[in-house]
Design a protein around this ligand. Sequence first.
Ligand code: ZN
Ligand code: ZN
Length: 168
Amino acid sequence: MINLELFTKIKNETFDILSSLNIPVSKKIVFEFNENYIKTYGSTEYFKGGYKIVLSTLLFKSEKELKNTLIHECLHTCPNCMNHGKTWKKYAEKINSNLNYNIKRCTDVNELEKSLKEEIIKRQKYCVECCNCGQKSFFMRKCKSVNYPNLYKCKCGGELKSYELKGI
Ligand SMILES: [Zn+2]
Ligand SMILES: [Zn+2]
């Protein structure tokens, strides 16, 4: 989990690293946290003439992981870097070779550890389940599909039901 104090510290360290290596990251970056990001550590998008970096609040298990992701996403704000192409790779390699970091192309969580998956599910309060195939979706708060499961259908065509998860 990220708290603001830790994030600010790591963000400052990240920008120090990037400027010490003359990597031209954007000066217009806003940061946002998303508690529903469970498949990706972070993402970068264009935002009001600058960039917005969205980070998962759930996935980071260490400062190093957070810093790696932050560097990865900040590199996307350099000119011609909204992909993992030549320029992005050049900067990533510069960091990796100078600082013994391992900035990888992919920040997706392909195989979430079982315990982490369970931990994430534990934080969820509601479940919407298909009466036909048993497919489950989890939610942290009451959203439309929790309140009105009958308005929706499962991909398989089955009816949905919702219930509150107990014992959390
Ligand atoms: Zn990326
Ligand atoms: Zn189904």
